[in-house]
Write a protein that binds this ligand. Structure first.
Ligand code: NAD
Ligand code: 6OD
Length: 484
């Protein structure tokens, strides 16, 4: 049986307390995870603090950049290992993991290595009150030890998205992967070791949130800053922990994102786009579309077309030919999503398609599969429309005007992302200017340029990461004033 160990100060560390790692595809136990206690988390913090003062802290930017390139290359060398680990942990289709998750795992190191190599800092020359000259310039230094708390939906992608930036800026990290998906963070420890990243720079502690590694890490005063991706409620708990010591946080949280389709959109592209945004990764994408608003003249035609697309999606385990949707991550999450499927029916929704579990061969009967599901007919006050479900489902409602579409899209506590489909430039720009989100996709969805700012507004997050924006969080800016 596979053992997922902690990675502390360059060593794989076992503990006496373990918990099961189950495959979402069939609920089989596929490994044992070694839970880090207070002692292991404290050891990781000590190692990460020491590494800041050692070879890593003294390393030139050029050498650090080379090292991050080597990490990316080694992820690519071990592409199949990462792919297998990610698929076993999440059950996601191979086509998805091999095109998005693993390539992004490598890209997240290269992009930020390039940025840190090329980013300038400001300088000003001024005349002093006595008629002399002074030069002021900025110096960036790492913020220190960064706690990286991660979710399970895109484990390698989201973890390296943080670790790539943090290390490029010269920090050391302690990663707390989701208890559901320990594999790729552990594997990355082997990569760090192989390419010679100094001990203590990259650490991994396994476990849960409250009363476990997540809480021990975020409460530890030796952690200088915390970057977190996950549920808004968890963000609130982490923010409370970070208040002690007034430590900065960067949060990428939940969403209840709107997809808006105007009657002038390229119909087929809009249907394909919403099919992806509603159902990809079995709906377990924070940027996904659970609220779809379609302009009235094309409403019925759009509902019928999306229904046909949803019914054509093949749900099943990764190894099955032609699978588009894998399982949900866990039995608990399936119960949550199925709870919403039942609630929608009880509230009087029209179930356009889905609403249950698919038929699969007997060996997958304990896997966490659900049908892609579409509803219409619910009021905007329904929990189906207000709460993040995080499953392969969406509600579709009609709208008439641009103003109404803006109002509907903004009528939520969340503010992460939106996808707008129109061929009218003015409509597109008006929507982009008016929707309260961090990310607005026009005629596209989840199209990423890692040089741009990523993050959410309202309850969907704090701060922006990506491109030079990451420097705000991952570095301290010091001003130097030189009287010449
Ligand atoms: P989660 O909040 O339950 O868990 C995320 C991580 O936090 C896990 O590692 C967990 O162990 C840890 N944790 C839980 N409680 C903690 C505590 N009190 N202290 C410290 N750590 C704690 O989220 P999840 O279920 O793993 O992921 C799904 C959620 O993540 C969805 O809400 C989704 O929208 C969100 N998400 C957001 C983004 C984004 O970019 N905005 C990206 C991916 C996922
Ligand atoms: O693409 C990214 O960098 C990113 N953070 C994606 C988040 C996806 C949420 O599920």
């Amino acid at each position: 049986m596979k053992q997922f160990l902690n990675f502390i100060n360059g060593e794989f560390v076992a503990t006496s307390k373990t918990f099961e790692n189950r495959a979402p595809a069939d609920n089989r136990v596929i490994g044992m995870v070694h839970e880090a206690g207070q002692a292991e988390v404290d050891a990781a913090v000590t190692a990460a603090r020491a590494a800041l003062k050692g070879e890593w802290g003294q390393m030139s930017v050029v050498k650090r950049v080379e090292m991050l390139y080597a990490v990316a290359d080694e992820i690519n060398n071990r592409f199949d290992d990462f792919l297998a680990a990610e698929i076993a942990d999440t059950g996601k289709p191979k086509s998805l993991a091999s095109h998005i998750d693993i390539p992004r795992g490598a890209a997240n190191f290269k992009v930020f290595a390039d940025i840190i190599k090329n980013v300038p800092t400001e300088s000003f020359q001024m005349t002093t009150p006595d008629g002399g000259t002074a030069l002021s310039y900025a110096v960036r230094s790492p913020v220190g030890v960064v706690g990286v708390v991660c979710p399970w939906n895109l484990p390698l992608l989201l973890m390296t998205w943080k670790v790539g930036q943090a290390l490029a800026c010269g920090n050391t990290v302690i990663v707390k992967p989701s208890e559901e998906t320990p594999a790729t963070a552990t594997l990355l420890g082997e990569v760090m070791d192989k390419v010679g990243v100094p001990k203590g720079v990259y650490n991994v502690v396994h476990g849960f949130g409250p009363g476990s590694a997540g809480e021990f890490l975020t409460r530890n005063p030796g952690v200088n800053a915390i970057t977190f991706t996950g549920e808004t409620r968890t963000g609130e708990a982490i923010m409370a922990a970070a208040a002690k010591g007034v430590r900065p946080v960067s949060f990428e949280l939940g969403g209840k994102n709107a997809g808006i389709v105007f009657a002038d959109a390229d119909f087929d592209k809009a249907v394909a786009g919403i099919t992806r945004s509603a159902f990809e990764n079995c709906g377990q994408v924070c940027l996904g579309t659970e609220r779809v608003y379609v302009q009235r003249p094309i409403f019925d035609k759009f509902v019928a077309a999306l229904k046909a697309k949803a019914e054509a999606l093949k749900v099943g385990p990764s190894e099955m030919d032609g699978v588009n949707l894998g399982p949900l991550i866990s039995a608990e999450h399936k119960q949550k999503v199925m709870g919403y499927y039942e609630k929608a029916k009880a509230e009087g929704a029209t179930v356009v398609t889905g609403g249950g579990s698919p038929e699969l061969p007997d060996q997958y009967k304990d896997g966490h599969y659900v049908q892609p599901t579409i509803w219409t007919g619910l009021p905007e006050t329904s929990p189906i429309i207000r709460e993040e479900i995080f499953g392969p489902c969406c509600h579709i409602a009609p709208f008439d005007t641009v103003e109404e579409a803006i109002e509907l899209a903004n009528d939520t506590d969340y503010g992460l992302a939106t996808t707008v489909w129109t061929q009218n430039l003015e409509t597109a720009h008006r929507m982009a200017a008016s929707i309260e989100v961090g990310l607005c996709w026009i005629n596209s969805w989840f199209l990423r340029d890692l040089r741009t700012a990523f993050g959410g507004s309202k309850s969907s997050g704090i701060g922006r990461e990506g491109g030079v924006h990451s420097l705000e969080f991952y570095t301290e800016l010091r001003n130097v004033m030189v009287k010449l």
